[in-house]
Design a protein around this ligand. Structure first.
Ligand SMILES: Nc1ncnc2c1ncn2[C@@H]1O[C@H](COP(=O)(O)OP(=O)(O)O)[C@@H](O)[C@H]1O
Ligand SMILES: O=C(CO)[C@@H](O)[C@H](O)COP(=O)(O)O
Length: 481
């Protein structure tokens, strides 16, 4: 491997299933070294992870990067959004983090929405109507169900804040990730004291919001990471905002990410405020906005269906009239936190491969229903949909998105867009450049474009019909959740 042309930077993606680290040449965008280590997530009623696992996974991923990480001049951490990390006075977790896909706080989400002026109030104030994913609902759940844990909490952090703080020793966050808490006012870009008081959370427990381009701190020497003391630490951000940086997207360029979560989003110059709650009005990591819709059931749910059927994930067959709503974890888009999976239309001649295709169709239908809502009205409807995340590698995912969207689909060759976005942000704090411009210079979005095919309206209409007819069933809690 030839020597790097420019300074090296490290980008980290600490997502739901694993932490990935890339060492990148800031001049060219060439990935010089990479590493990855898994996390575990609890099963059963909740979804929790011990934040110390994320740190151990980060150390392991960096160890796999070898000497290159030692030479890095700057580092940045992108992380799964929304998770509630509660720390005691020593900075140790009071309990495992409540993750974005833990739906136990759905009653608190409903109650908070009603108590504080309804959906319109929340959308205008914070950009989003809080669903169970939002941190504010998780804090309300904790205060109600585990008041001792809430009382023992001396600092509240998001996943990327936790890792950044372990690097720098300072409690910081950024506008992208804080916009998913539900206690950040998107109009004033500050903590919302009224909402915080309502849920009994002292603002002094929250991290400082670092501005885009500002340095969050430097690596302190009291840990075992292969960075030099004084290495610059960029603000970091939520994983979707990091991927938006990593792709260098401009307004009107739609992105669909297929991972544990499915997301669709676009950058916008206009501050979003959707009172229907479908679109979360996130901030991006640069100073613009990132309207986004998110599903809880994407690659893991479809892989689970494949496993149940004893099939490889690519063994789909066409021609199905079966509808499978793969809401194995409850669902957020549509907002059905109590839902479970639902199958309709099974016949003697239905094949296992058709059932699997129906699971893909159900997962993609939820995301496409929100696509037009995240795009500005003047967005070009023929712009390719950028497909990223682990699922984007799969032919069945690519073909399902293509058929149900009717759009051209572009699959970037770069695999780790979140970590690349974090790396671009790290490069930005070194050079003063806009991180999205860095990513464009690195040409990270380059990849084959699959031409548009005619949209499969029949399947979309059939799924929408089952969804609407089954609403009472899908809203009813099942005994295991
Ligand atoms: N070649 C592939 N085809 C289809 N799906 C894949 C492929 N490789 C990985 N995946 C899926 O990608 C998922 C992990 O994606 P990733 O974006 O890393 O998730 P997360 O960021 O939520 O941790 C896994 O659940 C797996 O099902
Ligand atoms: O909750 C959201 C977005 O609102 C999720 O997108 C999380 O940010 C988790 O992402 P992945 O681990 O699936 O990448």
């Amino acid at each position: 491997m030839s020597a790097a042309e420019g300074p090296l930077v490290v980008g980290v993606d600490s997502s739901t299933q694993s932490t990935k680290a890339l060492v990148v040449d800031a001049s060219t965008g060439r990935v010089v070294a990479s590493g990855q280590a898994p996390h575990t997530v609890s099963s059963g009623a909740g979804r929790e992870s011990d934040p110390r696992q994320w740190w151990d996974a980060l150390c392991e991923a960096l160890r796999q990067c070898g000497d290159a990480a030692h030479e890095a001049a700057a580092v940045s951490v992108g992380g799964q959004q929304h998770g509630l990390v509660t720390l005691d006075e020593r900075g140790e977790p009071v309990r495992p983090a409540l993750l974005w896909n833990d739906v136990r706080s759905a009653p608190q989400a409903r109650r908070l929405t009603e108590e504080l002026g309804g959906a319109k109030f929340w959308a205008e104030r914070t950009g989003s109507v809080p669903a169970a994913s939002f941190t504010v609902t998780k804090w309300a759940w904790l205060a109600e169900h585990e008041p001792e844990a809430a009382r023992a909490t001396k600092a509240v952090r998001l996943p990327h804040d936790y890792l950044t703080e372990r690097l720098t020793g300072q409690g910081t966050t950024d506008r992208g990730d804080v916009s998913g808490t539900g206690w950040w006012a998107s109009g004033t870009e500050g903590y919302d004291e009224e909402i915080l008081a309502h849920v009994g959370l002292d603002p002094a427990l929250l991290p400082r919001v670092v501005r885009p381009g500002e340095v969050a701190g430097t690596v302190r020497d009291s840990h075992d990471l292969p960075f030099s003391k004084g290495t610059l630490v960029a603000p970091g951000t939520g994983d979707n905002a990091a991927a938006a940086l990593g792709l260098g997207v401009r307004p009107g360029m739609p992105v669909m990410s297929l991972g544990t979560s499915g997301t669709v989003y676009a950058v916008s110059r206009r501050r979003p405020a959707d009172p229907s709650g479908t679109v979360a009005g996130f901030a991006d990591a640069r100073g613009d906005w990132l309207p986004l819709a998110c599903t809880l059931n994407c690659t893991l749910a479809v892989d689970r269906v494949a496993t149940l059927l004893g099939l490889d994930r690519e063994a789909v067959e066409p021609g199905t009239a079966v509808t499978l709503l793969p809401y194995l974890d409850g669902e957020r888009t549509p907002n059905l936190p109590n839902a479970s999976g639902l199958l309709h239309g099974l016949r003697h001649d239905t094949t296992a491969g058709q059932l699997l295709q129906a699971a893909y169709d159900g997962a993609v239908h939820s995301l496409l229903g929100a696509l037009d809502l995240v795009l500005d009205e003047d967005a070009d409807p023929s712009a390719p949909l950028l497909l990223i995340g682990g699922g984007a590698r799969g032919t069945a995912w690519q073909q399902t998105v293509r058929r149900l969207s009717g759009r051209p689909v572009q699959v970037p060759e770069a695999k780790e867009l979140v970590a690349l976005g974090a790396a671009a942000q790290a490069a930005g704090v070194l050079t003063g450049e806009d991180p999205a411009a860095v990513a464009r210079r690195w040409n990270t979005a380059a990849g084959p474009v699959l031409d548009a095919v005619e949209r499969d309206e029949e399947t979309l209409a059939r799924i929408a019909g089952v969804l609407s007819d089954a609403a009472p069933l899908l809203e009813r809690p099942t005994d295991t959740h």
